[in-house]
Design a protein around this ligand. Sequence first.
Ligand code: NBG
Length: 933
Amino acid sequence: MPPPADSTAFLIRARNRIGLLQLTTRVFKALGLRIDKATLEFEGDFFVKRFFVTDSHGRKIEDRENLERIEKALREAIDGGDGIVSAVDTTRGIVVRRAGLGAEYSGERKAKAERILGLMDGFLKNDPVSLQKDILEHVEYTVARSRFSFDDFEAYQALSHSVRDRLIERWHDTQVYFKRKDPKRLYFLSLEFLMGRSLSNSVINLGIRDQCADALSQLGFEFEVLAEQEGDAALGNGGLARLSACQMDSLATLDYPAWGYGLRYQYGLFRQVILDGFQHEQPDYWLNFGNPWEIERVHVSYAVKFYGNVEEEILNGEKCKVWIPGETVEAVAYDNPIPGYGTRNTVNLRLWAAKPSGQHDMESYNTGDYINAVVNRQRAETISSVLYPDDRSHQGKELRLKQQYFFVSASLQDIIRRFKEAHDNFDVFPEKVALQLNDTHPSLAIPEVMRVLVDEEHLGWNRAWDIVCKIFSFTTHTVLPEGLEKIPVDLLESLLPRHLQIIYDINFNFMEELKKKIGLDYDRLSRMSIVEEGAVKNIRMANLSIVCCHTVDGVSRVHSELLKSRVFKDFYELWPQKFQYKTNGVTQRRWIVVSNPGLSALISKWLGTEAWIRDVDLLTGLREYAADADLQQEWKMVRKVNKMRLAEYIEAMSGVKVSLDAMFDVQIKRIHEYKRQLLNILSIIHRYDCIKNMEKSDRRKVVPRVCIIGGKAAPGYEIAKKIIKLCHAVAEKINNDTDVGDLLKLVFIPDYNVSVAELVIPGADLSQHISTAGHEASGTGSMKFLMNGCLLLATADGSTIEIIEEIGSDNMFLFGAKVHEVQALREKGPALKTPLQFARVVKMVRDGYFGFEDHFKSLCDTVEGGSDFYLLGSDFASYLEAQAAADKAFVDQEKWTRMSILSTAGSGRFSSDRTMEEYAKKTWGIEPCKCPF
Ligand code: NBG
């Protein structure tokens, strides 16, 4: 058929690009043009699409300016404006050259490509009908249920697969784009990622939440109900691990060319079950019901080696070391696409699973003991089987060390393979690769890179060392020197003999350099040495990291000060320029948009835009309305609905009915002595005691409270477990006391995890962050509460100090000793002043007022008799004052609501978007690489 004579032909020559037709069509539509006809032909390497277009009146477009405008729009849409368009066709069209099918593309292959294009030219559509079709197809063919009969869980599975298909499209485009652009990439190495659920977060970031909800409702399902079907991916312990997850969201949203690497544990963080008030741990076999969010890459696998010995060889006349390993395990990649919000960029979180290596097959034949050989092979899988559940100490366990090396080795093989695909000279490695060590857990990456560069790539020690010093950066998440990781030399020597040699060599060079600078100050030399001498010889992983990384980051300003003045003082004096800090942040996408849709809509309404979801500083715009009666009214309504949701959950979990008029006072986080849940419980006892001893008429003046505590204790942490038991014992007493009624309730929320946090945080009025000053490196829970308009009752510790700067101390309830006062207070020992009320409540526990006298004795001993290391007694009086101030403010609901609005308005600085931008600019040297839509 001849082309319509009265139309303008636009011609696009490109290599294969799925979706080009759809994209171009959209551009024409957006410009108000009509496509009368489109054709497709092939010319050598290229396919040629011709669009015959008319203007909105059906006329040919001839005006030169107009034509240029259209060309520009096409170029930008197709290329992202990156100048790939190379010529203007004489027939009034543009030529686009794209990578894609190879140069040998011809004949049969051409026909095949044509067929493929014909079959699949376009992205999945997001209108409700298309979504419904996709969901039903997945019901039939993925879940293998009848489309006429499937339940909520099956609908969740089908929906997730439909969403995942869309993630994959974007993921592909992003990876192809990164490959083409070859920017410097960030590789974020972390042994822990607390991702939580993925469905709601994905549909919101993809911008298809409402379409999915519509599609489902017509099929008779409710989006929220399906979202509840999903289990948490809990591949981490606490703050550090959730921070990694928030940062991945920000990296994707800000278009950074980033990859996350971690371990795909089969058992995530244990499930906490409470029996008679005691914590019991149950395994979290989270993969039981499948995981639609991951893609197994059976072909992306690497051999990881352990044990064995090191030999010397002469290669080209030079001595070199050869590691002859004793055991090989296969690392298989599982990819988890992480979508950005408001962008096409979707980055990858690649988690490694251990599988038996093919090499063992020969052994099983040779030994003749086939059954045992197979059983032994399965042992390999134990490497990635279980997450260590202690968030503070990871000392000296062989399996833990194996996990660390396994994930580091596989990740580096992957990274180096990718680098070598595009480059043949390692000198440009630092221009293309930034490796971020999330705490010291991945620090074996340092000797591993040295080993690969020296032993396998034969670069020579000095060149390799020069590269290593440019690529690594390290963030520490701890405050206490005792918390720093050490690896016994014996263990390292048997598991990774060559790495130990390399660490010794690094240390030897470092010590020599140091002696030149500081002389023979043996105390300082031994403090700074990577090798700790003593009864057990250890490798200090933090020292190794500091020596080899170009930047050492803390996670809040005060944390960084403590690192410089105490924990890493010697190193700071040597290399002050290495030490930086980036205050932590959390993602507003998950912590407001996903978890608090009511508040999210309200914020957008009052700001007149949704732009704050990407540009969170816009939240400050709420300040001017903080006293507006209409906003206050709507704000209170949203908060009340959230409280209702939480109250229902509390009743379902604990059987306790709570009043919505009460202040919901929440402390949820890992249970630790330094986080002082015990201080909270003791003050609840005090409140209870006061109510009991009050005249009935005075009780009317008491501000009713629902105290909510939740958190897991590490399985071996006895004191923390006793704190949980005490909480239950006190709750039992208070909640059943009719004298008290709704004035005070105490509930422990079991099995605290990310999805529980998403429910609890939006429903909280007050939240507590009451660590002994100088102990919380940053704290990120406070930021989530702040974003949700929950008021903080807190000590001036970690990031709280910076929160005060943003919202002002009169917008929160502060108490307690300051960081610089703690040491002097501790030194007072038994002479430390504690108020009478404190002695009284501890005595009540000691005397068995809540039962379990013997059990609680050792707990009481931790805060009395001069051993109150965390200063509960000395902070008690000011804590009670802060509590009283909170009560007073709560009575004045107008004031409270204003404070609440101002909290959200001042939370922008605590977005992980800001943190990631700071890291990108100051630590990693990476830039956004936005995949065109
Ligand atoms: C935690 C700190 C927190 C900090 C997070 C994230 C670990 C080991 N450390 O204060 O205790 O907010 O890391 O940096 O989880």
